[in-house]
Write a protein that binds this ligand. Structure first.
Ligand code: UD1
Length: 373
């Protein structure tokens, strides 16, 4: 059985690496090809993850780069269709909710090639987010829907998907985390940042920040609300802020560089590789983010997470994990951060099937589908 695994943007790499490795254990049964659309292309947004996660060079690199949603999605479709026609896989597996996910899924179904969606069924019910549209569209056309949590199964059933297409396999991102945890444990990133920035970072004395959602960083007002809160929080804690290219551009565009420089307790750095970022998460006092994956990783680590969004497609991180949603208001962000600094942080547990064995379950499923298991 020939299978294509699609990666495009940063959050895809840690989901496909464990699946690629697991399929490769059964070379006699599966011919696996890794396809990188090139949606993310920087060394620090892409290449470092291939190295840290021990992924081989992609078999096909589409090199599409950045663009508007329409242009980027169209370019991926145009390029990937050529690969499909040439290579003719039996299955295409896409992950998550980025433009590469929906573009490659659409190409495949139109050529009558089966599609499996990894991380299916998640819903924020907020159609102003491009990712929600990508999730809805990909789920609607996929043949196999692999869910990370049971709320995903329920959403799909509510949308009329038949039971036999939906399989609760667990959270594959946790597989990467379990496989790479030993390396993350011994990362020297805190020592390196201390030397570079003359700080005294140690376990529990800093807040880790990531921000890249258009709703937070694409307007001057939104970004100001957040940076004003950082100025106050930085009086009590060190802040580490690895910056996403979108956010970097907007900080320059809106003229916030001076405000950032004023915060002597804030470390503003390039995007960080996989192990080092895991190390920073595990040891943070708390995390402030608008990412999807970090809400889940922080729940796994039991580290409090404040998510700067009105909604989340990952509600299990709130009902069972350490995550809380925070309104985009300076005072609210400060108030929530203060609670954690004073020791009133939310406790959580690790959700069901976030156990490092999701890739194994998926490959067993494909073996059964081949009639081999
Ligand atoms: C994309 C995903 C988002 C995911 C995020 C993780 C979609 C719709 N969005 O958002 O769900 O959470 O990735 O990072 O697919 N850029 C670079 N170098 C790169 C990549 C991007 O400089 O390697 C810059 C470009 O100016 C680009 C901008 O970042 O225009 C945004 O990149 P894009 O892939 O369009 O969306 P993200 O904001 O990264």
């Amino acid at each position: 059985m020939k299978i294509h695994l699609i990666v495009g943007a940063r959050p895809n790499f840690m989901k496909m690496a464990p699946l690629y490795r697991e399929f490769k254990k059964y070379c006699d049964l599966f011919e696996v090809r890794l396809i990188h659309t090139g949606q993310h292309y920087d060394q620090k947004m892409s290449k470092v993850f291939f190295d840290d996660l021990n992924m081989p060079q992609p078999d096909f690199y589409l090199g599409v780069g950045s663009g508007s949603h329409g242009a980027q999605t169209a370019k991926i479709m145009e390029e990937y269709e050529k690969v499909l026609l040439e290579d003719k896989p039996d299955w295409v597996i896409v992950a998550g909710d980025v433009n590469s996910t929906v573009a490659c899924a659409l190409d495949a179904v139109k050529l009558h090639i089966k599609v499996a969606h990894l991380e299916a069924g998640l819903r924020s019910f907020d159609r102003s987010m491009p990712e929600e549209i990508n999730r809805l569209a990909t789920d609607a056309i996929s043949d196999l829907l692999l869910t990370p949590s049971l709320d995903g199964n329920q959403h799909l059933k509510n949308e009329g998907v038949s039971d036999d297409k939906i399989v609760f396999v667990g959270n594959i991102m946790i597989d990467s985390l379990v496989q790479q945890k030993d390396k993350a444990d011994v990362s020297e990133i805190l020592t390196q940042l201390n030397q570079q920035h003359k700080m005294k970072l140690e376990k529990g004395n800093y807040c880790l920040i990531t921000l890249h959602r258009p709703s937070n960083v694409d307007t001057k007002e939104g970004l100001k609300v957040i940076l004003d809160a950082f100025e106050k929080i930085a009086k009590d804690l060190h802040l580490i802020f690895p910056i996403h290219p979108r956010t970097q551009k907007n900080i320059e565009k809106f003229g916030f560089e001076e405000q950032i420089k004023r915060m002597t307790n804030l470390i503003f750095t390039d995007p960080i590789g996989y192990y080092d970022f895991m190390h920073l998460q595990m040891n943070a006092k708390f995390i402030l983010t608008d990412s999807g994956g970090i809400q889940e990783e922080s729940t796994y680590f039991g580290v409090p997470c404040l998510t700067l969004r009105e909604n989340t497609e990952r509600p299990i991180t709130i009902t069972e994990g350490t995550n809380q949603l925070v309104e985009l208001k300076t005072e609210t962000i400060i108030e929530k951060a203060d609670e954690i600094i004073k020791g009133n942080s939310k406790k959580g547990k690790i959700p069901d099937l976030w156990d490092g064995k999701t890739a194994e379950r998926i490959v067993s499923l494909f073996k059964r589908m081949r009639g081999e298991a």
